[in-house]
Design a protein around this ligand. Structure first.
Ligand code: Z5A
Ligand code: MG
Length: 206
């Protein structure tokens, strides 16, 4: 059995990451794939509850302390994620280390310092960056409820994301309709899954 593919959806606030992750998981399951959703922050763990309290303004934390908690929240999920990938389950992941670096750097922390705690985390096979201008994000539901949902910070976050963007990232224009984005994301994910299966077959034939 081929290793599962790690498919990451990153991007700006309200770009539709959670909407698209749910649609992608459902579509891949309907096509017979074993697939699971992971979301960061994972708010159900003890660390995740501290992050939630911070994001909803019921707890104050030093910028470096909250950065390390976001990273620890990924590390505590790592063994289970690796196991699932090894068992052939595809993971659709809603935000990851790039969000960690983008938000903390936008707040004023040093980029290199921010990258260090996430070094060694399992690497995505496909990163889809959902790009949305901040003015458009503000018009979408729920914007403004949590700590980081402020125009000036969001614009800086987008700038850092664009600095982090590697050449292999796929940029998805999040101004498009939900359905149009879904088709594009599903095509990219299926292609990546086929490549993984092909590589396994080739390895068997050697
Ligand atoms: N954070 C961090 O600082 N460090 C880290 O390491 C990590 C995260 C991992 C909470 O994250 C905060 O944590 C976040 C980053 C920081 N801060 N902010 N701001 P979260 O992932 O829990 O945030 P969220 O509450 O899920 O919001 P989101 O991710 O920004 O939204 P989204 O998932 O991209 O969008 P959505 O929920 O799918 O859609 C939003 C709305 O837009 C909804 O009403 C949809 O129906 C609508 N929508 C979606 N797509 C479309 C299209 N195509 N057209 C029109 N309307 C649409
Ligand atoms: Mg979301």
């Amino acid at each position: 059995m081929a290793r599962g593919r790690f498919i990451l959806l990153e991007g700006c606030d309200r770009a539709g990451k959670s909407t698209q992750c749910a649609m992608l998981v459902k579509a891949l399951q309907e096509r017979g794939h074993s697939v699971e959703l992971c979301k960061f922050p994972e708010r159900t763990t003890t660390i995740g509850q501290m992050i939630h309290a911070y994001l909803t303004n019921s707890k104050e934390l030093d910028d470096k302390a909250i950065h390390l908690l976001f990273s620890a929240n990924r590390w505590e999920a790592m063994q289970a994620m690796k196991r699932k990938l090894e068992q052939g389950t595809h993971l659709v992941v809603d935000r990851y280390a790039y969000s960690g670096v983008a938000f903390s750097t936008a707040k004023g922390l040093d980029l290199k310092w921010c990258m260090n705690p996430d070094k060694g985390l399992v690497r995505p096979d496909l990163t889809l960056f959902l790009d949305l201008p901040t003015a458009e994000a503000e018009r979408r539901g729920g914007f403004g409820e949590e700590r980081y949902e402020k125009r000036e910070l969001q614009e800086k976050v987008r700038e850092v994301f664009l600095r982090l963007k590697a050449k292999e990232w796929v940029v998805v224009d999040a101004r498009k309709s939900i359905e149009a984005m879904h088709q594009e994301i599903l095509n990219e994910a299926e292609q990546k899954i086929r490549e993984g299966e092909q590589a396994k077959e080739d390895a068997l034939l050697e």
